[in-house]
Design a protein around this ligand. Sequence first.
Ligand SMILES: [Zn+2]
Length: 238
Amino acid sequence: MKLDLLAIAAHPDDVELTCGGTLIKMSERGYRTGILDLTAGEMGTRGTPEIRAKEAAASAKILGVSWRRTLGVPDSDVQANRQHKTKLAAVVRELRPRTVILPYWQARHPDHYHASQLGYEGCFLAGLKHLPIQGEPHRPFKIIYSTAYADARPTFVVDITQEYQRRRRAILCYRSQFRPVRGEKKSRVYLPIDRLEDDMNQLARHYGQMIGVEYGEPFLIREMMRVDDILNMEVRSI
Ligand SMILES: [Zn+2]
C-alpha cells in the first residue's frame, strides 16, 4: 500500500494525542494516511497489549487512516539501533509516504525522544540503494515533528477546529489508559493521562489561539518555509 502521510510514534495513543486532528483533516482531503506504532505499549501501567490493540484499531477507524501497524519494538526500550532502523526502513519502502510525522526529539519519556531519532534514521536508511532489505529505495520528501507536549516553539500550527470532536472520540477509545478499573489501587506513579481531557483541550486551544482559530495542533520543521507572495500570508500580526 502507498501512503501520502505516515505518522510514527512510540506507543499506541501517542499519535492521537499529538497529531490526531491533522490525520483526520488530511484523510478528509483525500490523502491516504497511516500510523506506525513502534511498540505495543506493553509497559503501560494500565490495560494489556491486547486491549490496547483493540483500542488502537477502533481509534484508527475514527481517524480515517487506511493503514496501522505495530513495528514490534519492545516498549520502554525504543532505540535507534540497526535492527530497528532497518525494520522501519522496510516499512517506509513499502508505504512510500511523501510526508512523515515524528515526535519532537526532546521529551520526558525516553521512548519518545528515541522514537524521534529512530524514525528519522529509519527514513534516511530507506533511501540507501545498497541497504540489504527488500523494496525500492525511498525517502520521504518531508519530515515534520509534532511538538504538542514538547517545550519547543512550533514552526506552524494546523487548524483542527473542525476535527477536534472527532479527535477527542479517537483519544477516548483508549479507555483502559485513563479510566481506572473499579477497585484498582490508586497508582503512586503520576500518570499524565489522568488529566488528559483538560490537558488536551487546553493545549489545542492554546495552539489554536496562536493562529487565530479555536483548536490547533503544533508542528516543527528543521528546514525553512518558502513564501512566494508576502501579500497573501495567513495569521494577523496586530
Ligand atoms: Zn507515549
